[in-house]
Design a protein around this ligand. Sequence first.
Ligand code: URA
Length: 191
Amino acid sequence: MAWLNWDDLEKQCCQCTKCALSQSRKKVVFGEGNRNASLIFVGEGPGADEDSTGRPFVGRAGQLLTKGIEAIGLKREDVFIANIVKCRPPGNRVPLEEEAQACIPYLRNQVALIKPRIIVCLGATAMKYIIDNNARISEIRGQWIERKGYWLIATFHPAALLRDESKKIPFWQDLKKVKEKINELSAGNLL
Ligand code: URA
């Protein structure tokens, strides 16, 4: 498949009506950040704050993600932040299979344009569509998988940390692994 360039991709995505989420959204949350990033974070889908601003991870969970990015010595602007679905599922429910399948080509195109070295899946939905349909987040989080030249890792979704304090330490440990991988790849001139 031929990939669209950024302008065409953003235009198509922002006008998308491929699934029912397009009917209830306020704004498409296309994703934002460094389009040459080595590292991308992928969440599940926009919540209320993201739907009204059109920006990913700007609510309470987003603030935690921003802290996590800063804790590994980076800024939000250094990385790219995206979601499996670009429109808010009503009531923040998990995206339906058909919604994720309709939307994921946009993410694939974004990844093809960015060519990151590392993809961090935030939570079970991102893990399911990017790493393994049948895995459990609690079992595979923190483990590196090298696939098609990408280093993939899953960790807990920052929103899960807000509900369950016990997920905080593993989340920070996983981000530390991401930092170590960045260091390792840059030491080998692979970044
Ligand atoms: N949760 C997500 O998965 N993505 C966002 O952009 C915000 C909250």
